[in-house]
Design a binder for this molecule. Sequence first.
Ligand code: HEM
Length: 406
Amino acid sequence: MTPNRRQFLTAAGLAGLGAAVGPGVAAAPAKASATVDASEQQVAFFGQHQAGIATTTQGYVQFVALDLMSDAASDLRGVLRELSEAAGRLTAGQPVGPMQTGDSPPVDTGEALGLGPARLTVTFGLGPKLFDRVGLGARRPAPLVELPSFTGEQLDSSICGGDIGIQLCADDPQVAFHAAHDLTRLATPTAAPRWSLSGWGPTLNSRGRPTPRNLMGFKDGTRNIMRQEVGALERFVWARAPESPAWMHDGSYMVVRRIEMLFDHWDSISLDQQQQTFGRYKQSGAPLGERREFAPLDLHKRSHGSLTIPRDAHIRLASPEYNHGKRLLRRGYSYVDGVERGGDSVAGGLLFICYQRDPRDQFIPIQRRLANYDNLSQHIVHVGSAIFACPPGAARGSYVGAGLFS
Ligand code: HEM
């Protein structure tokens, strides 16, 4: 962060910054007061768990991975504190700092003025390489392993990894972008952006809402862990002893995979082949052989002598029944970016984000099985990858990751 911006934040006391925005810009944005009930649109940043994990998925994501430009634990601590404070303001629909700063550039870049909080959540994670680098190797949680390589992946290192992962979700894409933009500016020069991606069309994670479709046209999230499943969140999502240290208690581990869909190939196969690939009907989302989307899976069911849900169908191989009962909380978003390499289609796919209690028991073995046997593998390619430990939520006045330094 430049001295000027740091000075202004300190001078403004970091509170009531709405009043410091500058002439002609009200603290409570005009549109917010006219059309948006800010309290309904606000998701609390401070609390037991970080928001953005078991929060009902918002319409849009902006993901940013930053690299720490320093080897000092004090710099990591400083940047986490500063970003948490700013996230507290952004999620309340406030600017990160003043716009009227004399000859210096505005601290808040202004593109979200008047848009309200839009259910913005900011979720921070720490990458595995960070711990040794800042002399905290002994505090690295055991579940935070480097991901192994998987069959068929074609990872591009420029869109992999990162020391600090920030998932920003909101019901307005500009609110999510603004948060990413201003948090990245605040982190500079202590941390610099490594990769970033925006997306829309979230995986379902809450009962009673229609299931969104992914870019292959299938409903995504039908058998996800729903935010109402408190027992499943406890068992499969929140970090717990003995595998996680006390400072991670109530946190989680986030795996991010940028998965490109090979539309040229996918668009050339029949509806029946597409449905066999997933093991569900495209239109209704029901498992093959069933009529209702949320009908239970019967993985033993046979029709005309063969398994109704094929042996290599995505939902069979990803199911808890095939993975020692293990489940994941998926929070993926669709993205598009450029043109398919060597193909005739736009390039796009799924920014697959999942949360879990221990990736060594959940994402890694599930993905190993999918990479080797899933029929879907011939229609997708994993090109980006990252893993982060997401500490528990911060108490008001504290910051995300504080427990790491105590
Ligand atoms: C582009 C890649 C992917 C696409 C398009 C995709 C799509 C889908 C769809 C349509 C379903 C069925 C509906 C549902 O229950 O959500 C599903 C289920 C599931 N997927 Fe994926 N998925 C992809 C990658 C992955 C990956 C990488 C993993 C984990 C390593 C994964 C794990 C799961 C799980 C756990 C289920 C629920 C299975 C069940 O219990 O029924 N998926 N996916």
